[in-house]
Design a protein around this ligand. Structure first.
Ligand code: NAD
Length: 275
């Protein structure tokens, strides 16, 4: 049986760890040829070697020429680009807005927002050059959908990534290029482990408690969303933000409401009218 991404060529930034690594593994298993674009040379090289039909390209997404070069690696090697996953990220500036240094703010946006802009820009050019009706996929976050799920600069960048996704989707739709984002909730990866200083078991227990589905999420759940959006199954999906958060955004307080002792909170007359 053919894979869902047979014949496709993809570049994945931040592909050496966590969500990007799981996406690289799933894309390869579904038949894609890959460039893993990451700052982490040893992990990226090892993964590319393990996957076979994959190359590593050392990339800092803050540097436009690096992102352009990673995409050129794909087009020079395989003649086209079908899918760009703009995923590289870190936590960046944390702390009170009153104390946040401008340099921390700028560096955070340089990776989380400029890096996605560079990826969208050069992927759009490559897809135009090879007349490819491709897919550009951006990693957003639930922190881009509301406040309180991330630090200020992180949350700002992820809101902007969602705006950029929708805006670029509207420009590229007439060429058949689809642009979508995935907004993960908390996923157990090195990023969140570094941020919280918690071990895997503690994080898993917390995530299970916070999720209406009672499930902690691991990178392969997000990889599944990217694989769908990269595939022809999503041929009619563009400008979309697919939230994958085990139900956290759909208001966990509703679940708590259901767990309360049975009661009717309203006028007695309403109950009487229905008998
Ligand atoms: N883990 C979560 O809970 C979570 C939730 C929502 C969104 N995200 C987003 O998912 C994406 C991946 O995060 P993850 O959790 O897999 O983290 P991770 O730390 O496991 O992986 C991030 C990868 O990005 C690479 N990277 C970092 N800065 C880079 C740069 N300037 N240029 C190139 N590569 C760079 C790292 O080397 C690493 O391989 C990020 O955009 C993050 O904001 C994560």
């Amino acid at each position: 049986m053919g894979g869902r991404l047979d014949g496709k060529v993809a570049v994945i930034t931040g592909g050496a760890s966590g969500i990007g690594e799981a996406t690289a593994r799933m894309f390869a298993a579904e038949g894609a040829r890959l460039v893993i674009a990451d700052m982490d040379e040893s992990a990226g090289e090892a993964l590319a070697h393990e996957l076979g039909d994959a190359q590593f390209c050392k990339t800092d997404v803050m540097i436009e020429a690096n992102v352009e070069a990673a995409i050129a690696r794909a087009t020079d090697t395989w003649g086209k680009l079908d899918c760009m996953v703009n995923n590289a990220g870190f936590v960046g500036a944390v702390g009170s807005i009153r104390e946040t240094p401008h340099a921390h703010w700028s560096a955070t946006l340089a990776v989380l927002l400029d890096g996605v802009f560079f990826g969208c820009k050069h992927a759009a050019r490559a897809m135009q050059d090879s007349l490819t009706r491709g897919a550009i996929l951006n990693t957003a976050s639930v922190a881009g959908l509301r406040g309180g799920f991330g630090a200020h600069a992180y949350s700002t960048a992820k809101h902007a990534v969602i705006g950029l996704t929708r805006s670029v989707a509207s420009e590229l739709a007439p060429e058949g290029v689809r642009v979508n984002a995935v907004a993960p909730g908390a996923v157990v990866t090195p990023l969140i482990q570094n941020m919280t200083g918690m071990d895997d078991d503690t994080l898993r227990a917390l995530a299970e408690k916070a999720s209406p589905l009672g499930q902690a999420m691991y990178p392969k759940e997000i990889a599944g969303a990217f694989t769908y959006l990269a595939s022809d199954d999503a041929a009619h999906v563009t400008g979309e933000v697919l939230t994958v958060d085990a139900g956290v955004m759909m208001a966990p307080e509703v679940a708590d409401f259901h767990k309360a002792d049975a009661a009717f909170l309203g006028p007695q007359s309403v109950l009487e009218r229905v008998g």
